[in-house]
Design a protein around this ligand. Sequence first.
Ligand SMILES: O=C(O)[C@H](O)[C@@H](O)[C@H](O)[C@H](O)COP(=O)(O)O
Length: 232
Amino acid sequence: MQTLTEFLTRNDLDLALTQSVSDILAAAIELNGKASIAVSGGSTPKGFFNALSQRDIDWDKVTVTLADERWVDNDSAASNTRLVHENLLQNKAASATFFHLKQGDAFSEEALHKLNVATVDTGILPFDVLILGMGEDGHTASLFPCSEQISEGLAVDNKDALLKVIPTTAPHERISFTFSALSQSKNTFLHLCGDNKKVVLEQALENTDIFEMPIRAFLCHPTLKTQIFWAP
Ligand SMILES: O=C(O)[C@H](O)[C@@H](O)[C@H](O)[C@H](O)COP(=O)(O)O
C-alpha cells in the first residue's frame, strides 16, 4: 500500500516532509519519552536534513541512525555517516544521539553481531520514522537486487536487524537494516526527486517481483503504508 504526493518543487517537498517528520517525532516523544528515526543517504535528502535540523523538538530524546551505510571511512565523501553529521546533526538537531553502523575498520562478523545485539539493547526498533530512498535499479537502503544477500535481506522472518551486503552494481561493501527490521517502522516515507525516479517508481508499481526491485517489498506490502513524496 502506498500514497503518492507530488510537489511542484524540491523545496516544497523538503518543507512538507520536515513538517510531517517533526510532528511524528514530537508525538512519539510526548507518548514514549523518546523517538527514533532511520534516514537514507545519497544525494536526495540533503535539503530535507538541513530543514529538519532546524526544527525545535526535544532532539536530546531522539536517536538518529542510517537505513544503511557504505563501509568506508567516516571522513570519506561516500560516507552516509559524514552526510548525516554535516547536514542533519547540526543546529537544534546537534543534541540528538547517533546510532553508528560503521564500527572500527574491518567489517567483521563479530562487529555485525555486536551491532545486531545493540539494536535490541538500545530499543531503537521499531523506528518511529523511516526515510527511504530508491536507486534506479529499484534498490532501497542497501537491499540491492544484484547482491547475493538480497534473499536474506528481504526475508520477512529474518531475526537479524542488520546484514552485510556486497552489491555488484554499486561501490563499497555495505551494512544495511533488513526488510524485517525496516518494515516494523511506524511511519515510512519514500523520498524521491527527478523525472528518472518517477519512471522507476512507475516501473516498481507495475509489478510485484520484490527481488527484481526490492522497493516493491514496501510498496506492494498488504499492510505497510509507504508515503511517497516526489518532486521534479
Ligand atoms: O546509501 C545509499 O546510497 C542510500 O541509502 C540509498 O538507498 C539511496 O537512498 C539510493 O541509492 C538513492 O540515492 P540518491 O538519493 O543519490 O539517488
